[in-house]
Design a protein around this ligand. Structure first.
Ligand code: URA
Length: 254
C-alpha cells in the first residue's frame, strides 16, 4: 500500500522530499512575511555572470562525442534539464546501431523509464508488431531488416506530458548527433513531436505523414505514433500504407 502510494506520488511528479517529516501548516502561528533585504546594486566594475544557454551547451556536448557510447555518457551527464531529477533512467536507444532504419520517437513513458529502453510499453509493443508485419525487428542480424530506436527526450516527462519547446530544443542537437553517429539510410520520425522537432515544422503529423522529407541529408519519413494508433485504430490504415512505402524505399535503395 505504502509503495503504491509512493509510486502514485512519483507519477504525479513528486520527486523530492524537502523535510524529514511533514509540517502541519495549519498548526503554525501566522507570522508576518519577512521583508527581504534590498539587493545590493550590481558593481559596474565586475563582469556580470554569464547566462548559460542550454542549447549551446547541448551543441558543444553532442558534437564533442566521437561515438555512440560517448554520446550516451554526454546525454546522461547533461545537467541543464530538470526532468532528470524525477526520472529513474536515461533512455538512450535500443536495437541495432548499424540498422538501415532508425526510428526517432518522442520521450520515454513509465515502462521505458523503469526499464531504461525506448518503446517497451503498450505503444512499443504495437510498434514491434507494425514493423514485424514488414519483416523488421529490433535486433535482426540483417541490417536491412533491423531497427535502431531512440527518442527526442532521454528522460520521462512527469505524467507523460508533452515535452516543452525548451526541452525539445535542448535535446535536438543530441538527436542530430545520434543520427550522424548511427548513420542510418532512412530515419522514421515517429509522431508529431519527433517530426516537428527534427523538421522544425508547424505542419501537423496527419498532414505530413507518409511524405518523404530530409534530416541531415537522409530520407526521413514522418509516421503516426503507435500511441495515437491505439487511441485511433481507424488510422492504422494510413500507418500500414506508410510501412509499405518504407519497405519499398528500403528495397529500392540497396
Ligand atoms: N513513446 C515514445 O515516443 N517513445 C517511447 O520510448 C515510448 C513511448
Amino acid at each position: 500500500m505504502a509503495l503504491a502510494c509512493l509510486e502514485w506520488q512519483a507519477d504525479l511528479g513528486v520527486d523530492e522530499a524537502i523535510c524529514d517529516s511533514p509540517i502541519d501548516r495549519y498548526m503554525l502561528e501566522a507570522t508576518p512575511p519577512k521583508v527581504a533585504a534590498a539587493a545590493a546594486p550590481p558593481n559596474p566594475a565586475l563582469p556580470l555572470p554569464e547566462a548559460v544557454d542550454p542549447v549551446q551547451e547541448a551543441m558543444a556536448a553532442a558534437s564533442a562525442a566521437p561515438d555512440l557510447a560517448a554520446l550516451e555518457a554526454a546525454l546522461a551527464g547533461f545537467a541543464h534539464c530538470d526532468l532528470r531529477q524525477g526520472a529513474r533512467n536515461c533512455v538512450f536507444a535500443d536495437g541495432q546501431p548499424g540498422a538501415r532504419v532508425m526510428i526517432v520517437g518522442e520521450a520515454p513513458g513509465r515502462e521505458e523509464d523503469l526499464r531504461g529502453k525506448p518503446f517497451v510499453g503498450e505503444a512499443g509493443q504495437l510498434l514491434d508488431r507494425m514493423f514485424a508485419a514488414i519483416g523488421m525487428q529490433r535486433s535482426h542480424p540483417d541490417p536491412g531488416r533491423a531497427l535502431y530506436i531512440t527518442n527526442i527526450l532521454p528522460w520521462r516527462p512527469p505524467q507523460n506530458r508533452d515535452p516543452s519547446m525548451a526541452e525539445r530544443a535542448m535535446f535536438r542537437p543530441f538527436v542530430l548527433r545520434h543520427i550522424e553517429l548511427a548513420a542510418p539510410d532512412i530515419v522514421v520520425l515517429m509522431g508529431r513531436i519527433s517530426a516537428a522537432t527534427l523538421l522544425e515544422t508547424g505542419d501537423g503529423i496527419t498532414r505530413i505523414r507518409g511524405q518523404w522529407r530530409e534530416v541531415l541529408g537522409r530520407p526521413a519519413l514522418p509516421m503516426l505514433h503507435p500511441a495515437y494508433l491505439l487511441r485511433n485504430p481507424a488510422a492504422k490504415r494510413e500507418a500500414w500504407a506508410d510501412l509499405l512505402e518504407l519497405q519499398a524505399r528500403i528495397k529500392a535503395t540497396p
